[in-house]
Design a protein around this ligand. Structure first.
Ligand code: AMP
Ligand code: ZN
Length: 505
């Protein structure tokens, strides 16, 4: 099967083939752990998860690495050398003010002044969210999810190498900078030229930094700074690394190659972060490429607007799952599906209606799965990817991850007749290795029913409705139905009497 992916490197959709047949090496920029991850972050992470699962289902081993940024990502990261404060240290301050909002429970971070504790807390929170949403890599922590702070030695090695190769130098302020003029391809990913960057830098880089550097776009590799809380000894003084170097280093170390197959991230990372990664990795390796394919997810918007704290439309994963959008708990499979179902190459518009539609789709998929499981006793036939439904589904994905095309194969097939349920079950299971929503491998049961402890017994209440109806006590039947609905259940009639299932969103 020929796979075609859009490559940000040359703005073209190209045929994708891994450098080593059958093994794909892929790197994704991961979270900066200074806050809870938001749904936009997860759109980008799930986009990488989709690539990975698709490539696996068509027969590849995928070695996927994603970093945790816990140092060096500055608040002013759009300027080449990252001005402002370290996001981790700024988070410590913010956490003190945040306390009142209760987002981070009191005492959860013993000492919020300690950026390591802040990073530790939000790393755990991230992994929890990521596992709930079925991000496969989150089950490979820590082997495939390295922390920047555990790779400082390797960063220093690459910096030394870049100095030796003539790509980096010590500025007059003692910091180490990458010389963009030493790398003719600098700007080719983002479409910037050195002249534009020189002009564009006016006012955005402090005068003092400017004077210390050879070119305004030269970016920071190592900053000697005794006052930084997270600091390490180095040949260039005690200090901390620039943000970009971590990804070049961890990709090389954990993927074991100087040239990798795919690198992903959100569109905001194209410049400066990925431009700088390319300059560093190619500068160190002398190779023409760092990643053969650069793939970027467009931003998620909320009800048509940029998500921002000031607009009040900013949602973490926890906010959505906890009911902040729909007024009731949302099943993780629903949020996963919602974030996956629009094409990564267009802005996604997150809406309450979209989430509800996803709940309907996830419900349908699960009922279909349940029906097939019941008919077959869970015994699936053997099918391979040449099965017509699978072939069409995978073909759509092979066309630059055309997810709408793939779902457009799935749903009509589901509503057709299924004379061979064992074969259908096998097809669904293969598709679900990619979608992971029906059922979701690691999530709580979709049909999870209240019962026992709090005295809320769904089955008993359903029977109560049937009994009330049988004795023509319709007021009583309505009362129980409302009680179930208020508790978040959808109540329906079935041949076996009243059934109630948890609403998914
Ligand atoms: P950060 O934690 O800020 O380092 O970002 C982690 C990932 O989320 C990066 O790949 C970003 O490009 C991506 N990202 C941030 N905001 C959004 C958004 N609104 N939509 C999609 N991806 C985003
Ligand atoms: Zn990165």
């Amino acid at each position: 099967m020929a796979i075609r992916f859009y490559n940000s490197l040359n703005h073209q959709t190209e045929e994708f083939q891994p450098l080593e047949p059958g093994t794909v090496r892929m790197y994704s920029c991961g979270p900066t752990v200074y806050d809870f991850a938001h749904i936009g972050n997860f759109r980008s992470f799930l986009f990488a998860d989709l690539i990975r699962r698709f490539l696996e289902v068509i027969g590849n081993d995928v070695i996927h690495v994603m970093n945790i940024t816990d140092v060096g990502h500055m608040t002013d990261d759009q300027v080449a050398d990252g001005g402002g404060e370290d996001k981790m240290e700024a988070a410590a301050k913010r956490l003190k003010e945040d306390k009142k909002s209760g987002r981070v429970p009191d005492g959860a971070i013993e000492n919020p002044d300690d950026p390591y504790q802040v990073a530790d807390f939000f790393t755990k929170a991230f992994l929890e969210d990521a596992r709930k949403l079925g991000l496969k890599i989150a089950f490979e922590y820590p082997q495939r999810i390295p922390h920047a702070t555990n790779n400082i030695t390797e960063m220093q090695e690459m910096i030394s190498q870049l100095i030796e190769n003539g790509h980096a130098y010590v500025g007059t302020d003692g910091a180490v900078y990458y010389s963009v003029e030493s790398f003719p391809k600098y700007g080719s990913l983002s479409g910037n030229t050195l002249e534009q960057l020189r002009e564009g830098s006016g006012g955005r880089v402090q005068e003092t930094d400017q004077a210390a550097k050879r070119h305004p776009a030269d970016f920071l590799l190592w900053k000697p700074d005794q006052s930084h809380i997270m600091k390490w000894d180095s040949p260039w003084g005690t200090g901390y690394p620039g943000w970009h170097i971590e990804c070049s280093v961890m990709a090389r170390k954990l993927l074991g190659r100087e040239v990798i197959d795919i690198h992903t991230g959100g569109e905001d990372l194209i410049f400066p972060h990925h431009e700088c990664e390319i300059a560093q990795s190619c500068g160190a390796s002398g190779k023409d490429y760092f990643a053969r394919f650069w793939m970027h997810a467009r931003f998620l918007m909320v009800e048509g607007e940029k998500m921002s704290k000031s607009k009040g439309n900013f949602y973490t994963v926890r906010d959505v799952l906890g009911g902040k959008v729909t007024g009731r708990e949302v099943h993780p499979a629903v949020l996963r599906y919602e974030l996956l179902r629009s094409h990564y190459g267009s802005n996604m518009n997150f809406t309450e209606k979209g989430l509800k539609d996803s709940a309907t789709a996830v419900r349908k998929l699960n009922e279909f799965n349940k029906m097939l499981e019941a008919k077959t006793g869970g015994e699936a036939a053997e099918v391979d990817n040449s099965h017509p439904v699978l072939a069409d589904f995978l073909n759509a994905l092979s066309d630059n991850l055309n997810i709408s095309g793939a779902l457009g194969v799935l749903f009509p097939w589901m509503s057709g007749s299924h004379d061979n349920p064992q074969e259908s079950l096998a097809v669904l299971r293969t598709i679900n290795r990619i979608l992971d929503v029906a059922p979701m491998e690691h999530a709580a049961d979709l049909e999870e029913e209240g019962g026992g402890d709090d005295g809320f017994d769904v089955k008993a209440l359903c029977k109560g409705i049937d009994d009330a109806r049988a004795s023509k006590d319709y007021a009583k039947a309505d009362e129980i139905r409302n009680q179930l609905q208020d508790a978040g259940y959808e109540v329906r009639n079935s041949p076996e009497g009243t059934v109630a299932t948890r609403q998914l969103a």
